[in-house]
Structures are given as structure tokens and as C-alpha cells.
Design a protein around this ligand. Structure first.
Ligand SMILES: C[S@@+](CC[C@H](N)C(=O)[O-])C[C@H]1O[C@@H](n2cnc3c(N)ncnc32)[C@H](O)[C@@H]1O
Ligand code: SF4
Length: 358
């Protein structure tokens, strides 16, 4: 049953030095026009009822409160739904947070990245550590009781002690959930250029592994469950929307460059505004790429994604049992309550293990 909706907001004040997500600079009129088209796109689909809605970006918090309301007014949302928006510190104040809480947004994902001011500058972020903490406190005061913080580690020249300092600050805030991603050096970004020029260098593998192990053990000490490779939560605060991705469930994705999964179709929307608008003006879905999955593709996706869920793992069909047993023998998987899950060693080499299923 399709009950998840992802809405992409492709605008940022400025591009961060490491990021290759689809986002552009914009003005108010551009954003209003974009929301008009999002609403038209929603109307091209059947009227589903959503149990999770996720505004991702880009920087969705750049939208006016009225525009967010216009979108929410257009969709059916179940009464117990999780409705998340990604916010950047600096783009939101208390009044905005209070307004969006009142119209049904009940979960925030705040893009912190690090609390280290020098590193924030290197990353090209607009905010400093105090502004990040202030945004978090404003969110609490505005009535949000489900907040996730987004961080990164393995940043240029970052030390284990600096990661530890980020964790100390993170745990002192007690968010219900946090994500922490190891930096990916994306081609085409300023970071990648500086890497090629020898100005920046990739963190040594052993140090990165030490950082990740430290994050996992410290999170446990503070009562967080490590439920997905990069995601941690207090009991019962797993991200419901993102969990649907990992469970290989269907979801509708709308907006520029958004991807979705309906029936046996995985699709990606147009990535240029002109084409996106043009398709919608002509009453056709603004889809750029389609991948129709057969049974084998669906199985591969579900094993690759399912293993990311560290507690649940996977129940492989007959054709994949031998692959799982082989990975178990090598110490990358283990059996738990009839499921195969990543072992401690498997978590450290997760990317390599997951691609074994492709
Ligand atoms: C699409 S961003 C949206 C959040 C919001 N725009 C922000 O940056 O505050 C989602 C998260 O992906 C992570 N991310 C983006 N680029 C990354 C990269 N190159 N390597 C690792 N993580 C990255 C960051 O932690 C970011 O918060
Ligand atoms: S990290 Fe977030 S704020 Fe920075 S450019 Fe990417 S999407 Fe925009």
C-alpha cells in the first residue's frame, strides 16, 4: 500500500562545499511558482492517504509557511502520520517553527553537520554552533517532541577528539534521533576539486573506522539504538518515513529530481525546471527515468536495503541463502531470530557487503 510521500524542495541559500544534492539559489517568486507546480503534480496522482510525509532538500525551510500549508492542504494525511521537514539553522526562527508545528508538521530534521565553528566554515555552512543550538531550543519551545539532528564525520583533517566533542554536544541536547554520515567526496563539488589539487585529503581508513566505532559505542552508552547504518534513535523513535525506504516499500516522490517507487516501477523526475514545468503544463507526469523491476530486481533491492536495518535484517529466499551463509562464514552476517543481520564486522564493511547482493 502506498502511504509515503517525499517532496523535494530544490533550493538552498548557498551550496555547501561537499554537497551534490539537487538544489539551486532562488527568489521568493521562483519558490512560489515551484509550489504551484508541486500542487499540480500532486493532482496528477490518485488521492492516496499518507502515513508519512517528508519534505527534503535542498532546504525546505526556505519555503514560506503559507506555501508549506498550501501543499499540506492538498494531501490526505492520516491522523497518526509522521510529517517531517528538513530545516537548516539560520533559515528558521521561533515563529516559523511554531507555525509549521501548528499545521501538522511533527518531526524536524535539523542540518547541524558539526558543532565545530572552524569546520562549519570549511564545509561552507551558513550557521555557527550557537545558531544550531538556538534552532534546536526554539524547536523544543515551539512544541516539537520528535527532533532528529544530521551530522557528518570523517571531515577534512578531523580528529577523533573533535568527533568526540561533537558527540558530547549532541548528547547534551538529547534529540530523539540522529543521523551521522561519513563524508562522501562527491565529484563536481569544491571539496572534490580541492582533493584533486592536494589541498584536502581523505581521512585514513583506520581513523574513519575508529571514529565510527566510537560513535556507535558512545551512542549506546547514552541510550540510543543503532538501528540503521547511519541512524540512531531513542527507543521507538525510528524514522518512520526513511524506514519505509529500507523496507523497500512503495513511496511517491514529487518535485524536481525526486525519485519514487510505485508497483514495480522505480522512477526519477525531471532534473531541469523547464522540463519539469513543461511536462506538468501538458498534464503528464514529469518523469525523466523509469526502471521496471522484475522479481529478481525487487529481491536484490530488498536485501540490499533490508540489511541496512541492523535489528531486522533479511529473510532471504532460496536463491540467496547460499550467499548469506557464505557471508556468515566470513563473519559479515549473523543469524538472529531467523533473520540474517549484519555482524559487527559486517557493519564496518557495510558497503562491500550490501553490493554482494547486486
Ligand atoms: C540533503 S541534506 C538536507 C539537509 C539540509 N539541506 C542541510 O544540509 O542542513 C541531508 C544530509 O545529507 C548529508 N550530506 C550531504 N552531502 C553529503 C556528503 N557529501 N557526504 C555525506 N553526507 C552528506 C548532510 O548531513 C545533510 O544534512
Ligand atoms: S548540505 Fe543541505 S544546505 Fe548544504 S547545499 Fe546540500 S542540501 Fe543545501
Amino acid at each position: 500500500m502506498l502511504d509515503a510521500l517525499y517532496i523535494h524542495i530544490p533550493f538552498c541559500v548557498r551550496k555547501c562545499n561537499y554537497c551534490d544534492f539537487l538544489s539551486f539559489s532562488s527568489d521568493k517568486d521562483m519558490r512560489k511558482k515551484y509550489v504551484d507546480y508541486l500542487i499540480k503534480e500532486i493532482k496528477l496522482y490518485p488521492k492516496y492517504t499518507y502515513n508519512t510525509v517528508y519534505f527534503g532538500g535542498g532546504t525546505p525551510s526556505l519555503l514560506e509557511y503559507e506555501d508549506i500549508k498550501r501543499i499540506l492542504d492538498e494531501i490526505n494525511i492520516s491522523s497518526d502520520a509522521e510529517v517531517t521537514i528538513e530545516v537548516n539553522p539560520k533559515t528558521v526562527d521561533f515563529d516559523f517553527l511554531k507555525s509549521i508545528r501548528e499545521i501538522g508538521i511533527n518531526r524536524l530534521s535539523i542540518g547541524i553537520q558539526t558543532f565545530n565553528n572552524n569546520m562549519l566554515k570549511i564545509l561552507g555552512r551558513l550557521h555557527d554552533s550557537n545558531e544550531a543550538i538556538k534552532t534546536y531550543k526554539n524547536a523544543r519551545n515551539a512544541g516539537f517532541n520528535n527532533i532528529s539532528l544530521d551530522l557528518m564525520f570523517s571531515l577534512p583533517n578531523q580528529t577523533l577528539e573533535e568527533v568526540n566533542q561533537d558527540l558530547n554536544q549532541l548528547f547534551s541536547l538529547k534529540p530523539e534521533h540522529f543521523s551521522i554520515y561519513s563524508l562522501i567526496w562527491e565529484e563536481g563539488t569544491p571539496f572534490f576539486k580541492q582533493l584533486e589539487q592536494g589541498i584536502l585529503k581523505i581521512t585514513d581508513n583506520d581513523l574513519e573506522a575508529d571514529m565510527y566505532e566510537h560513535i556507535i559505542s558512545k551512542a549506546r552508552q547514552h541510550g540510543y539504538e543503532h538501528y540503521e547504518i547511519s541512524n540512531f534513535c531513542l527507543p521507538n523513535f525510528e524514522a518512520k518515513h526513511n524506514s519505509k525506504y529500507w523496507e523497500n516499500k512503495e513511496y511517491l516522490g514529487i518535485g524536481l529530481g525526486a525519485s519514487g517507487y510505485i508497483g514495480n516501477l522505480r522512477y526519477k523526475n525531471q532534473m531541469q525546471f523547464s522540463k519539469y514545468y513543461d511536462n506538468i503544463d501538458n498534464g503528464i507526469l514529469p518523469i525523466l527515468e523509469k526502471e521496471f523491476l522484475n522479481k529478481k530486481d525487487i529481491e536484490e533491492y530488498s536485501y540490499m536495503l533490508g540489511l541496512r536495518l541492523l535489528k531486522k535484517g533479511i529473510h532471504p529466499g532460496d536463491e540467496y541463502i547460499s550467499k548469506c551463509l557464505e557471508l556468515e562464514k566470513k563473519g559479515f552476517l549473523e543469524k538472529q531470530d531467523g533473520a540474517f543481520i549484519l555482524s559487527k564486522k559486517g557493519i564496518m564493511f557495510a558497503n562491500d557487503v550490501l553490493t554482494e547482493f547486486l
